[in-house]
Design a protein around this ligand. Structure first.
Ligand SMILES: Cc1cc2nc3c(=O)[nH]c(=O)nc-3n(C[C@H](O)[C@H](O)[C@H](O)COP(=O)(O)OP(=O)(O)OC[C@H]3O[C@@H](n4cnc5c(N)ncnc54)[C@H](O)[C@@H]3O)c2cc1C
Length: 462
């Protein structure tokens, strides 16, 4: 399959450098060797121009580390990069990793490059890197979108009001983009280009030990990072639990969710390949398939749309619609039924055993089911001294403990708790007209089974 033109953007229009020695692909968002349009595009360009491909990854360390990333996130990411390096090198492509910002690494390695290929993410920090890179003198730069099904600006050129406004636009286009992507044969193998790497990814644990980062949140055993593990999990999921997604996706204890979000966050698996596999899965019926694609494509890409078109998506002021801020401001003085500190919340020391269990699952294992994330977030709003403080706490906890945190989905879904992409509901204390979620919503699930499962998961972490 050819890579759809809408996935490719020309960021700097210079001719390829005739004396360039390689096509440089700066891997940042799409951290994988397979089903990666930016990598395949780089290979096509290398083949066309008669030169090898070099993949480069800039590992942020110490004070310049990725905002809010800790040992849990780095451990998972390094396992994935280890997979990526091995699979990339098997194809005759060089892989260079250095402790540097992606922009600095691109600048250093592009001196000998014919042209530069980028992949694409939508967070502010990623956009800053692209801006810094785009001004490298005399360098042809192309960017290839690989981590959404429908390219964000193709789906819509404005901030969408809600899922119901984006859905028809996505549904009209998604069939065009849910297509296979074969690995291209590499015709010019990378020999010894004299490029050095700063860390040895064959041993991710020792790389992790050598980094200067926040170690207060430990790596988890529950999720091993990397593409190999992502595809193994996907296959097992689609062969069984997926057949219950349509009916049981809102039951955290039922095991009907796919756990793909950490792998999607780090770009270790492509949403397109998941969508393709879902469509052809034997286990699920039409309802399972439609529900899953609604979450994976419509909801996930609504989050991409939100962060792309909202400059201050990480702030209460910038992320929320005016009606929601007004509704919450009117009730900011309402007495709170409970007033917990952020530490109480982090440690799961509230009166609500189910909330505490969800928090334990997140803190200890790095994951929580969507249904409980909604309950969890709504309760932080209810139990915090002000909506602004509640928003900030939710985002901090979300991004600190979830393996899939710090994602467009993180910022968008936390803002959803406070009214984004939603509508006014019946007025009540603290929430005003923001949607409320009561303890009764847990009656729809087998909460006792969930408690037992969290106990088991936490014990397994040791
Ligand atoms: C308060 C709150 C905070 C959240 N924080 C995050 C976060 O930090 N990172 C994150 O990736 N997701 C977040 N979500 C969205 C959702 O809960 C997770 O994506 C989902 O639970 C991941 O588990 P899964 O892969 O097993 O999901 P599945 O049910 O198997 O869904 C498959 C995929 O669809 C997408 N998806 C599912 N639900 C949603 C949703 N509500 N919105 C957007 N995409 C969705 C995800 O990519 C997911 O991997 C949050 C939701 C809420 C309400």
């Amino acid at each position: 399959m050819t890579i759809p033109a809408q996935r490719i953007r020309l960021l700097a229009d210079h001719p390829p450098r005739p004396k360039g020695e390689y096509v440089l692909y700066l891997m940042q968002q799409s951290q994988r060797a397979g089903f990666n349009p930016a990598l395949e595009f780089a290979v096509e360009e290398g083949n066309r121009l008669g030169c090898p491909v070099v993949v480069a990854f800039g590992l942020l360390d110490g004070a310049s580390g990725f905002p809010e990333a800790n040992a849990r996130h780095y451990a998972f990411m390094l396992q994935g990069l280890s997979d990526a390096k091995e699979a990339v090198e098997e194809r005759g492509i060089a892989f260079v990793v250095r402790k540097a910002s992606p922009a600095d690494l691109a600048r250093a390695l592009s001196e000998r490059a014919t042209l530069l290929v980028l992949d694409r993410g939508y967070l502010a920090i990623q956009k800053r890197w692209y801006d810094e890179i785009a001004v490298i003198e005399g360098l042809r730069i192309l960017q290839v979108e690989g981590d959404v099904v429908v390219p964000v600006e193709t789906a819509s050129n404005k901030h969408e009001f809600a899922a119901r406004t984006l859905r028809p636009k996505i549904q009209r286009l998604m069939d065009d983009y849910i297509a296979p992507l074969e690995a291209r044969a590499v015709t010019h193998l990378a020999g010894d280009l004299g490029l050095w790497s700063e860390v040895d990814l064959s041993n991710p644990a020792s790389v992790l030990a050598g980094l200067s980062l926040d170690r207060s949140v430990a790596p988890v055993k529950r999720f091993k990072g990397g593409r190999v593990e992502a595809l193994r999990r996907l296959e097992a999921y689609l062969a069984g639990p997926f057949g219950r997604y349509g009916t049981e996706r809102n039951r955290p204890e039922a095991g009907a969710a796919s756990h793909m979000s950490p792998y999607l966050h780090f770009g270790q698996v492509s949403p397109v390949e998941i969508a393709l596999a879902v469509r052809t899965a034997q286990a699920g019926g039409p309802e399972d398939k439609a529900s899953y694609l609604e979450e994976l494509v419509v909801r996930r890409e609504l989050a991409m749309n939100h962060v792309h078109f909202t400059p201050r998506y990480d702030s209460y002021e910038g992320a929320l619609p005016d009606w929601a801020k007004a509704a919450l401001a009117e009730h900011a003085g309402d007495p709170r039924p409970y007033d917990y500190s952020e530490e109480d919340l982090a440690e799961g020391r509230t009166h609500d055993i189910y909330w505490n269990a969800a928090q334990a699952e997140m803190r200890v294992t790095g994951y929580m089911h969507n249904h409980l994330r909604m309950y969890w977030g709504k309760k932080i709003l209810e139990w915090s001294p002000s909506p602004e403080e509640g928003f900030a706490r939710t985002l901090r906890l979300n991004n600190r403990y979830f393996l899939d945190g710090r994602d467009p989905n993180s910022f968008t879904n936390v803002a959803w708790v406070y009214g984004l992409h939603d509508r006014p509901w019946a007025r009540r204390k603290v929430f005003g007209t923001i949607r409320y979620q009561s303890e009764n919503s847990l009656k729809k699930i087998d909460a006792k089974a969930y408690l037992a499962e969290v106990g088991r998961l936490c014990r397994a972490e040791g």
